[in-house]
Design a protein around this ligand. Structure first.
Ligand code: FES
Length: 163
């Protein structure tokens, strides 16, 4: 089967042609599976199942083995993530300054638990270890923007400022 036909065969929802370009230099190099999957994730923002199936087929790797590798590493995300990634610091300084209340308020406002993504794919909420801005505790990052010296009642305005 030509690679175009293979793309059409597995692709119901997403364009898999970028995976072809990613795979091109790596075909036959099974030891390069991690860098391949990093590039696939860089492209889609996560690892869509059709892309996993396609990589497994073209690299001649059992799909179960590919899932075994990608679920082992925390860097790989198997679900779509939001445009904005909110990281709530759970380090000691932030914890003492009230980060659990901040996380709670964000969960309430977005109606998702930590680790999840809103249905509109706008926000993903995560908890992380110290992000090195303890002087601003309690602090969160939204993508690359730090927000510090927070209180729960500031959270609505901050989230509303992200379109
Ligand atoms: S403990 Fe939160 S930034 Fe260090």
């Amino acid at each position: 089967m030509s690679s175009e036909a293979e793309v059409a065969a597995v692709n119901q929802d997403i364009d898999l042609s970028p995976v072809d370009s990613i795979l091109e230099p790596y075909l036959g190099k099974k030891e390069m599976i991690i860098p391949i999957m990093q590039k696939v994730q860089d492209h889609y923002g996560y690892l869509p199942r059709p892309a996993m199936e396609y990589v497994a087929r073209r690299m001649r790797i059992p799909l179960s083995r590919l899932y075994g590798v990608t679920t082992f590493y925390a860097q790989f995300k198997m679900k779509p993530r939001g445009r904005y990634i909110i990281r709530v610091c759970k380090g000691t300084a932030c914890h003492i300054q009230g980060s659990p209340k901040i996380a709670e308020r964000i969960e309430e406002l977005l109606d998702i638990p930590s680790g999840e993504t809103t249905d509109d794919l706008k926000f993903t909420l995560e908890e992380v270890a110290c992000i090195g801005a303890c002087a601003l505790a309690p602090v969160i990052m939204i993508n690359d923007n730090p927000h510090g010296r927070l209180s729960p009642d500031k959270m609505k305005e901050i989230l509303d400022s992200y379109e």
